[in-house]
Write a protein that binds this ligand. Structure first.
Ligand code: SF4
Ligand code: SF4
Length: 366
């Protein structure tokens, strides 16, 4: 298994990491088997969270004997409740059967206001710093789903690593986040590398509508091809570990195989994934800063669907999702409140009309 240095933490981590969330449904016995198999195959980065049921306990049981050979990153969701964060960390250490966790990741920082508030007083940050000084953890990380917010966060200097969504279809992290992380020597763990029909895609609400598999398979491939393509795409970037959702021993083995054999993408593979490209401008980065629309339009969602439609050719599923929206573009009053809020200066109203024309099974908006 190849290893990379996790930025300024100086931790050497396996390029394939073991995500915690997909272990939730596994029995304790099977989870331990998966963890042991992962360890045999060279996986050394293990992810958990307070909110992942008994995943910390499973991890603690499986890895207690090899604690000094692995990196454990757990998460806290008690961002604005210092007492709960303190108690949570104590519970994490107990369940993980360790007296020190390598990384504690502050979870769900998805809005700039949340970040600003988190950097102020009375947040869990002071608790984590205090715990770090007491030797209960080594590094503080941050996770969220908005690359722009994460890019802003790492520039505060408070965070040693980030856990960010990144995959063939959602590649906005390449624009700003990865270059800044590289410059600042911040550790980068990528999540949702398999983004597609099997896992949460862009927004929770999209996951409720089962995507048309064939459309995604065309882009992402199937079976081991998908594993190789999805992980290879991420590993070709300045990412140090890919935290994979693994729920079967076979998944662990096939992800580990990529981590062992990856030697870089060939020119053909780069062409297949349109490596280095971003969708043609103007395109929405789903940052959410233009919200809320007084008419209730979900602008980021609609423009993201349109990006998938035009750039990736995902035409059936996107229409299906748009069809189910209670408020469509024909409800836009053209109040223009959204456009000045967009940090990318997108002509939102014009883009919405074009999106409606493509996605709607109804008549274009005049
Ligand atoms: S211009 Fe349309 S989409 Fe933008 S805020 Fe106004 S009503 Fe909403
Ligand atoms: S339209 Fe602009 S502000 Fe709104 S989500 Fe997209 S990029 Fe962000």
């Amino acid at each position: 298994m190849q290893k990379r240095r996790l930025g300024r933490t100086n931790l050497k981590v396996s390029v394939i990491g073991f995500g915690g969330e997909w272990v939730i449904p596994s029995s304790v016995e099977y989870a331990c088997k998966m963890y042991k198999r992962a360890l045999d195959l060279g996986i050394t980065y293990f992810d958990a969270a307070r909110v992942y049921g008994n995943v910390e306990e499973k991890l603690g049981m499986a890895l207690e004997d090899v604690r000094d050979k692995v990196v454990i990153a757990t998460k806290t969701h008690h961002l604005f409740d210092p007492d709960a964060a303190r108690v949570g960390l104590k519970q994490s250490l107990r369940k993980l059967r360790t007296d020190k966790v390598d990384i504690v990741i502050c979870q769900h920082i998805d809005h700039e206001k949340t970040l600003d508030q988190f950097m102020g007083e009375n947040s869990a940050l002071s608790v984590l710093k205090e715990a770090r000084a007491q030797g209960k953890l080594d590094f503080i990380g941050l996770s969220g789903h908005k690359p722009r917010v994460l890019a802003k966060a790492i520039q505060t200097g408070e965070f040693d690593m980030i856990l960010a969504p990144f995959n063939i279809i959602n590649r906005e992290a390449t624009e700003e986040l990865l270059p800044i992380a590289k410059k600042l020597d911040i550790g980068v763990a990528a999540m949702k590398a398999f983004g597609g029909p099997d896992q949460r895609f862009v927004q929770c609400e999209l996951a409720k509508i089962v995507p048309e598999k064939a459309e995604f398979n065309r882009i992402l491939g199937e079976g081991t091809v998908r594993t190789k393509r999805a992980l290879g795409y991420v590993l070709e970037h300045d990412v140090h570990t890919v935290v994979c959702g693994l729920s079967h021993i076979e998944d662990v083995e096939s992800a580990a195989h990529v981590g062992e054999t990856f030697t870089g993408l060939t020119q053909k593979e780069k062409a297949e994934v349109r490596f280095g490209e971003l969708p043609p401008s103007p395109f929405c980065r789903d940052c959410g800063l233009c919200q809320r629309c007084p008419e209730g339009l979900k602008v980021p969602l609609i423009l993201t669907l349109d990006k998938y439609f035009t750039y990736y050719g995902i035409t059936d599923w996107t229409k299906e999702v748009y069809e189910r929206q209670a408020v469509k573009v024909d409800s836009c009053s053209e109040c223009a409140q959204c456009e000045p809020k967009c940090p990318y200066n997108l002509p939102i109203m014009k883009m919405l009309k074009h999106a409606h024309e493509r996605l709607s099974k109804q008549k274009p908006v005049k």
